[in-house]
Design a protein around this ligand. Sequence first.
Ligand code: UD1
Length: 419
Amino acid sequence: MDKLVINGPCRLQGEVSISGAKNAAVAIIPAAIMANNICIIENLPSIEDVTSLNTTITKMGAKTEFLDQHTLKIDSRGMENISATFEEVRKMRASYYLLGALLARYRRAEVAMPGGCDFGSRPIDLHLKGFRAMGAQVSVERDVIRVEAEKLQGASIYMDTVSVGATINIMLAAVLAEGKTVIENAAREPHIVDVANFLNIMGAKIKGAGTDVIRITGVEELHGAQYTIIPDQIEAGTYMIAAAITGGDILVKNIIPTHMDSLSAKLDEMGAGVEEFDDAIRVNATGRHLKAVSVQTMAYPGFPTDLQPQMTTLLTVAEGIGKVTENVWENRYQYTQMLKLMGAQIHVEGRVAITTGVPSLTAAHVDATDLRAGAAMVLAGLCANGETVIGEVKYIDRGYEEIEKKLTALGASIRRVHV
Ligand code: UD1
């Protein structure tokens, strides 16, 4: 078991390069097995979720090879196993994309119930509703989901809730279905566009990804492709907040600045300097006293829920009263208990968290309660006085590539210890 030990406070300064997007990668790897050919995926982040998915598709018969740390060659020609019920699958939320991909290619699939971070109920009813609308039989038995369709037929599907996962999963199935599928009230996250772009390069016919209506015309087969994944919006946001919380000055490189608009606007409102370049953003908080603001999480292009724990942590040391409203997940404030151990003043009631800024946090022994909560603990440790020890680092490793190396290069005193 690993722990991260941070000696704070520190002022971060310099440049950081952002890795490929986790949430695009975990959909693009399952999409690649729909090709029955060779795909080469570039700019994959070097994170645990990618390792788990790679192991998963290998166990299912795909031949994979890392051409370098960030490039994976996937040859799914020999793949015949439509069943993914082993341990790796249960660790990840995104294993649900195997359902859409396998249903598309084999017309049947058997996948263990997805795991992932625990922030309340995480249903997949919209995914299954979409598959049913396309003619699939769906059953759930002893934590295994089975989908099967003699004929997969395009359909008109309205999403009752805006869901990233359901939008992508239905898109995967629809690409190889017969006829047209229309997804209304679709999610618009950058990684949905990324997955659609990859599928289109493979020969799919998808229009409208990035808007709330996606139209897909089914094709008979997909061919192999080479594709570069977009940069990770949430990793980028975490480093932007790291600059703000340490009174630092960081150039966050290799990103798509428009993906960061909701965060850039909030940091600007708080009084940080935010400067945009073609593929980078500089956040400069040197000598500035940041003021608390109100933040509401929403589907893209709103403020991302996956930056909520990091933003709430920043608000605990900003001047005045901050208000956070979590509109996406019902229970995403468990980590605030950890922040309280570090001297933060936070009052949570239902979906709202109220922060009263304190001049500084105090180091403590805390745990990463999930992936982004873990990032929040790292941010708290960077600005707290003394030695912060963070346990359950495995959650952070699911989504952040070489976090201690990147932070050390920015001037942090952070090390990993094996316990
Ligand atoms: C994805 C991200 C996750 C992020 C979330 C919201 C991946 C692998 N994970 O998760 O990091 O926090 O988007 O941006 O990309 N819902 C239903 N029924 C469903 C599906 C979802 O009611 O069938 C609800 C959920 O309970 C939640 C909301 O819809 O309240 C959004 O969930 P969704 O966008 O589906 O999240 P994920 O795709 O699981």
